[in-house]
Design a protein around this ligand. Structure first.
Ligand code: DGL
Length: 266
C-alpha cells in the first residue's frame, strides 16, 4: 500500500482503562492532526494482577479489534502488556506497534549519567523484569530496582480517596528510596495521577512520567517512515469494553472527553 494512503490512517492507543490517556494527551499535544482510536479495556482491568498467558490472550483480542480498523500504528500505552504480551504478538499484525517499556527504556538508557534507576509498576510488570532487561540492553552497568505497587490502579480507576496512604503508598516508596535511585519511573500509565501524594514523601523532580518522552519518540519514528498525517485536523474515537459512562467520568482525571466511549465486546 502507498504511504500516501496509509499516512492518513488512525493511530490506536490501548490501555486497561483511563491511564493510557496520559499518553494520548501527549500525542494530541504534538500531533494534533492525527486521528486516534483509544481503547480502554475496562472489562479486564486490572491487568497487573493477571498472568502472562491471560495478558497475551487479552492483548491479542485488543489487536484483533484494531486489525478491523484502518490503523497505521498501535501505541501500547500499557506497561503491563508491553512487558508480557508484546514479544509474543509483535510479528502478527501489519501495523507498527509501539510498546511503552521498550521505547522508554531505549530513550532513558541513552543518558549515561543515569546509573541507578527505580521503577514503580504493576505486579505483572515487575515480575517480568522487562524494565531491567530493556534498560540494560544499552547500558549494561545501570543498576535497576523494581517495586510492585498493588492497589494503585484500583485507587485511580475507582477514584478511592479513603485508603491507608502510609501503608499503600509510603511504604512502597520508602523501599524504593532506600535503593537511592537518581530517578524513579512511574511504570504504569495510571500512576501520574498519584504524583501529588508521592511528592509529599520525595522530591517531585525524581519521578519520571514517561508519556512525553514516549510520544516524542513515536512522532519522530512516524516522521522517519513518512507516516505523519497530512490532514488539517484530527479527532479521537473512544471505545471501552465495559461501563462506558464510568470511563467518561474517570477520564476527567487525565483528559476531558466529550463523547461517551462506544461499548465494544472483545
Ligand atoms: N495502566 C497499565 C500499565 O501501564 C495497566 C494497569 C492495570 O490494569 O493493572 O501497566
Amino acid at each position: 500500500m502507498e504511504n500516501s494512503e496509509k499516512k492518513n490512517y488512525s493511530i490506536g492507543v490501548m490501555d486497561s482503562g483511563v491511564g493510557g490517556l496520559t499518553v494520548l494527551k501527549q500525542m494530541i499535544d504534538i500531533c494534533k492532526n492525527e486521528n486516534y482510536i483509544y481503547f480502554g479495556d475496562t472489562k479486564n482491568l486490572p491487568y497487573g494482577e493477571k498472568t502472562k498467558q491471560e495478558l497475551v490472550k487479552i492483548a491479542k483480542k485488543v489487536f484483533d479489534f484494531y486489525a478491523q480498523k484502518k490503523v497505521k500504528a498501535v501505541i501500547m500505552a500499557c506497561n503491563t502488556t508491553s512487558a508480557t504480551a508484546y514479544d509474543e504478538l509483535k510479528n502478527d499484525y501489519d501495523f507498527k506497534i509501539y510498546p511503552i517499556i521498550q521505547v522508554v527504556s531505549k530513550c532513558l538508557s541513552m543518558d549515561k549519567n543515569i546509573k541507578r534507576i527505580a521503577i514503580m509498576a504493576t505486579q505483572a510488570t515487575v515480575d517480568s523484569k522487562k524494565y531491567s532487561a530493556e534498560l540494560k540492553k544499552n547500558n549494561p552497568n545501570i543498576k535497576v530496582f523494581e517495586q510492585a505497587c498493588p492497589m494503585w490502579v484500583p485507587i485511580v480507576e475507582h477514584k478511592l480517596v479513603d485508603f491507608d496512604e502510609k501503608e499503600i503508598i509510603k511504604t512502597k516508596l520508602d523501599k524504593v528510596l532506600e535503593f537511592k535511585p537518581q530517578k524513579i519511573i512511574l511504570g504504569c500509565t495510571h500512576y501520574p495521577y498519584l504524583l501529588d501524594r508521592l511528592s509529599k514523601y520525595a522530591n517531585k523532580e525524581i519521578f519520571i512520567n514517561p508519556a512525553k518522552m514516549f510520544a516524542n519518540y513515536i512522532k519522530e519514528d512516524l516522521k522517519a517512515m513518512d507516516l505523519l498525517s497530512e490532514r488539517k485536523e484530527g479527532f479521537v474515537e473512544y471505545f471501552a469494553s465495559s461501563e462506558p459512562e464510568k470511563f467518561k467520568e474517570n477520564a476527567k482525571l487525565f483528559l476531558q472527553i466529550e463523547k461517551q466511549p462506544v461499548l465494544v465486546n472483545i
